[in-house]
Design a protein around this ligand. Structure first.
Ligand code: NAD
Length: 303
């Protein structure tokens, strides 16, 4: 059985643990800085899923995460209404700076999957602090933003979301790039099904998709869809599926960008990033991608 450790047993981390156990995908270690929290959650999870106690372990000690195949970093503060993801940078980067060396000291071969916001900056920080080959550091945002885009397309057309394939690349903020040209309903391009105005409205709602939920919840941010998106990526890694999914990765010249993390399509399998896929973007799309890149650059802290 593979082993996945989740650092940060909050809403995203604990819901992800439940999903992993329900899919019988791996053994799970839940780690948190709060004493008792991961232990209590793991007890609850084992009872909910009739899972053997050794398959889900709650801890405050990184030694229990030893020999993980993948470590998910979901520790930190989540957004409150009227906060941008960027405002989380200071506190969350300190958490990640301290967590990454502790993770790698006991799991030197692990793939790191970052969830903590602001996603692209924290993923880049993780690359820098870990010094791992870039194939082994990924940020989850594109799968989530694409799921939101797909859900709004399905709603506008009154079709099943199951038939919608959508692609969002770029930054995990208001400047993200939903790509109508690469989005379809069972292969039918959405431009053939929706007006230009309707697509523009959906693109705008997608960019605000996280904020819409934060505003409604008032006390935190989304976690059901985020944990499902992390689950999709973990399944691609642990089942060696070689899926084409958007993820935040360290760019070294692709799309004319380097030394930052940004969402682009990749092939994802057991070795992590098998390949970065280069889309044939229009001039307009490339220029929007570069604007999105600028928005994450100032947040890109040196290690
Ligand atoms: P949450 O507040 O429910 O949970 C965060 C957990 O992290 C808490 O249990 C807290 O005790 C723990 N924590 C804090 N400092 C820690 C440390 N030093 N070591 C270990 N654990 C520590 O938040 P959440 O809703 O689970 O969100 C977690 C993070 O994921 C946030 O930064 C949020 O913005 C981000 N997020 C990202 C996406 C995405 O698309 N990438 C989506 C949703 C949430």
């Amino acid at each position: 059985m593979s082993k996945v450790s989740i650092v940060g047993a909050g809403n995203v981390g604990s819901t992800l643990a439940l999903r992993l156990l329900q899919a019988n995908l791996c053994d799970v270690v839940l780690l948190d800085v709060v004493a008792g929290k991961p232990q209590g959650l793991s007890l609850d999870l084992s009872q909910a899923e009739a899972i053997a106690r050794w398959r889900i372990h709650g801890t405050n000690d990184y030694r229990d995460t030893a020999d993980s195949d993948v470590v998910v970093i979901a520790a930190g503060v989540a957004r409150k209404p009227n906060m941008t993801r960027e405002q989380l940078l200071q506190i969350n980067s300190e958490i990640v700076r301290s967590a990454v060396p502790q993770i790698l000291s006991v799991s030197p071969s692990a793939i790191l999957l970052v969830v903590t916001n602001p996603l692209d900056a924290i993923t880049y920080l993780t690359c820098q602090v870990s010094q791992l080959p870039r194939e082994r550091v990924l940020g989850m945002a594109g799968v989530l933003d694409s799921a939101r885009f797909a859900s709004f397309i399905a709603e506008a057309l009154a079709v099943s979301p199951q038939d919608v394939r959508a692609m969002v690349i770029g930054s995990h903020n208001d400047l993200m790039l939903p790509l109508p040209r690469y989005s379809s309903v069972s292969g039918v391009p959405i431009q053939e099904l929706l007006s230009h105005e309707a697509i523009a409205a959906i693109v705008q709602r997608t960019r605000q998709g996280g904020a819409e939920i934060v505003k409604l919840l008032q006390t935190g941010s989304a976690f059901f869809a985020p944990s499902q998106s992390a689950m999709v990526m973990l399944e691609a890694i642990l089942r060696d599926q070689t899926r084409l999914l958007p993820a935040s990765v360290c760019l070294q010249g692709e799309y004319g960008l380097r030394d930052l993390c940004l969402g682009v399509p990749i092939l994802l399998n057991k070795s992590g990033i098998k390949r970065i896929v280069q889309l044939h973007l229009t001039e307009e799309e490339i220029s929007q991608l570069h604007i999105a890149a600028q928005s994450v650059r100032p947040n890109t802290l040196p290690a």
